[in-house]
Design a protein around this ligand. Sequence first.
Ligand SMILES: CC(C)(COP(=O)(O)OP(=O)(O)OC[C@H]1O[C@@H](n2cnc3c(N)ncnc32)[C@H](O)[C@@H]1OP(=O)(O)O)[C@@H](O)C(=O)NCCC(=O)NCCS
Length: 176
Amino acid sequence: MNSMATDPTIRDAADADVAAITAIFNQAIPDGTAEWTERLHTDDERAAWMRARLAAQRPVLVAESDGAVVGVASYGDFRDSTLREGFRFVCEHSVYVDREARRRGIAHALMDELEARARSNGLHQMIATIDAENHASIRFHQRRGFVEVGRMPNIGFSFDQWRTMVLLQLDLAATP
Ligand SMILES: CC(C)(COP(=O)(O)OP(=O)(O)OC[C@H]1O[C@@H](n2cnc3c(N)ncnc32)[C@H](O)[C@@H]1OP(=O)(O)O)[C@@H](O)C(=O)NCCC(=O)NCCS
């Protein structure tokens, strides 16, 4: 058993990671449940996303195992906190792990660091918006203390299906 695989390094993403990050997000697109797009994204689009996150002082973290990037996690605004500053203490995150590296605690390691960053940046609530059929992600977030606070039936349409969004919330101020 590879000891690094169970103990990834979590670090801030660098420009050199963009291709690996794009590949990890794109890998989940055909599943239909994660990104609600039918189109693979380009490295340029992902680089622009990363630049915007970093410019807004938002973390983009990667998990590295045996020299390879195997996961990514980041958060951004839940709703526009520049125009509506009442939302400035809440964020919405995403966490993605390479299919070959799942069930080894990599998402937990990424989220441990992402939640710590959110707390140290003064945020109070963290929101996960998850397709109702994405049972792995719902289970994962519940295990971390996220609580379902809402369901929006048939709000998305992707791969010829109406899709329901589940909102789960973590009270960062009330959890360690
Ligand atoms: C959800 C996801 C990030 C979990 O990553 P991971 O590295 O496999 O998760 P970890 O190993 O850290 O945590 C595993 C825990 O999550 C839950 N979990 C993960 N995959 C699961 C599955 N297929 N079925 C049920 N529970 C699952 C379990 O509670 C599990 O704990 P256990 O192994 O003790 O049973 C990963 O499946 C993924 O990248 N999915 C595609 C992208 C996605 O949907 N991202 C979330 C969008 S909001």
